[in-house]
Design a protein around this ligand. Structure first.
Ligand code: GCO
Ligand code: MG
Length: 413
């Protein structure tokens, strides 16, 4: 099963995606997601210029060897660009292996450990009434867990709040990567005030629990904006509302910060969507400072990298909560779902529905039923790329927002 060729496909059906397509001599194709929001072409160039030339003629079946060859062999390790490129190759090779075996990927990962993966959706509103409507709409769509984000009084647009109400098919326009209106493609700038946020959030959760009762799993994303002591206070203030998790309370690269938060609160903690390797987690896991790992297959060296991370987390009783916003392509989402179904330490899966245009380019087979996601029994990942459709949506530069404090200081986003 030699690799005959590999190519990158960049397409923008509503948002940008980078996909690697690997083809073997016997005509089997595999797909890998290499999308890095706002830095898409850096990964595309890394693949095209430095990685794809190494693939031709390699044995597609030797996945671990190829992973090590690209990881160790490059000398320059880790980092989001490198690890997204590696992820795309790795995921494509798993897709090929599973197609060659005539099995859905989860079977090669050990088979199903559960009926399906509990998914959470993104409920949001500019104010509390709008948020409550959004939670209701998510429950009607079948979600059995929801993330709660709202606007903050006195601030303008705030991270995680959809910019429009749901469309006719229940999809929300939640897209953080945008471009400022008019002029060149520059990031949108937002204004932030942590004290106003800390005063507001507990009231929001009080309203949601009052309306929907104690059972519904509720999540919240702090998006790296607090100091450790602020995060400790928020975690403590939210304890009466029994969160499923508080995510990214502080900037992720400071692992020791989580010690302080942990000392003060029993609110479960999740972190890791901006991490790209098991080595980013060593303190967090060995000291049991978190409850869920948030990495994505797409940004963590693929199925192989993610499996290594999840097995390490399992030793400490820590569960998965894989990153799954719409900037993870349907290929990356499918790869996550196969792991979700197979690993023992599954926790929850983030799931936002992709736009109709995206689903025209990426033909998926995964299903969302009764709050659970299933990757389907289609051999491989179960996603096909329609290259004709992809060509109709050319790349369009867009950036994640820049966040500033009210005095203009650049703050974490
Ligand atoms: C999440 C994330 C996303 C990220 C986005 C950046 O929890 O889903 O925080 O909304 O901001 O993926 O590209
Ligand atoms: Mg997040």
């Amino acid at each position: 099963m030699r690799i005959e060729h590999a190519e990158t496909v960049v397409t923008s059906p509503g948002r940008n995606f980078v996909t690697l397509r690997v083809t073997t001599e016997d005509g089997i194709t595999g797909l890998g997601d290499a999308t890095l929001n706002g830095r898409e072409l850096a990964v595309e160039a890394c693949l095209r210029e430095h990685v794809v030339p190494l693939l031709t003629g390699r044995d597609a079946a030797r996945i671990e060897d190829t992973w090590q060859y690209l990881y160790r062999g490059a000398y320059w390790r880790r980092g989001p660009v490198t690890m997204a490129a590696l992820a795309a190759v790795d995921t494509a090779l798993w897709d090929i292996k599973a197609k060659a075996a005539g099995m859905p990927l989860y079977q090669l990962l050990g088979g199903a450990s559960r009926r399906g993966a509990l998914a959470y959706g993104h409920a949001s509103g500019r104010d509390v009434p709008e948020l409550l409507d959004s939670v209701r709409a998510h429950l009607e769509q079948g979600y059995r867990a929801v993330r709660i984000q709202t606007g903050v009084p006195g601030l303008g647009t705030v991270y995680g709040v959809a910019s429009s109400a749901a469309d006719g098919e229940g999809r929300y326009d939640y897209e953080p990567a945008r471009r400022a209106a008019g002029g060149p493609a520059l990031p949108v700038e937002e204004t932030w005030d942590t004290r106003a946020y800390l005063r507001h959030v507990p009231r929001v959760f009080e309203a949601v629990r009052h309306e929907f009762g104690p059972e519904l799993p509720l999540l919240h994303d702090g998006h790296h904006r607090m100091t450790p002591i602020q995060a400790a206070r928020l975690g403590r203030d939210l304890e009466p509302y029994d969160l499923f998790w508080l995510e990214d309370a502080t900037p992720g690269e400071d692992q020791a910060a989580l010690r302080l938060i942990r000392q003060h609160t029993t609110t479960p903690l999740a972190i890791g969507e901006v991490f790209n390797s098991v080595h980013d987690y060593t303190t967090l896991l060995t000291e049991r400072l978190i409850d869920y790992v948030r990495s994505a297959v797409t940004h963590t060296g693929g199925v192989t990298g993610m499996r290594k991370l999840l097995d390490f987390a399992a030793v400490y009783g820590i569960k998965s909560g894989m990153h799954g916003p719409t900037d993870i392509s349907p290929v990356g989402m499918a790869a996550a779902l196969h792991l979700d179904l197979a690993v023992h330490n599954f926790g929850i899966q983030e799931y936002m529905r992709h736009s109709a245009d995206t689903l025209e380019v990426f033909r998926t087979s995964y299903r969302f039923e009764d709050g659970l996601l299933h990757p389907s029994d289609t051999p491989g990942l179960g996603v096909e790329l329609d290259t004709e459709a992809a060509r109709r949506f050319p790349y369009r530069p867009a950036y994640l927002p820049v966040n500033r404090l009210t005095d203009g200081t650049v703050h974490d986003w």
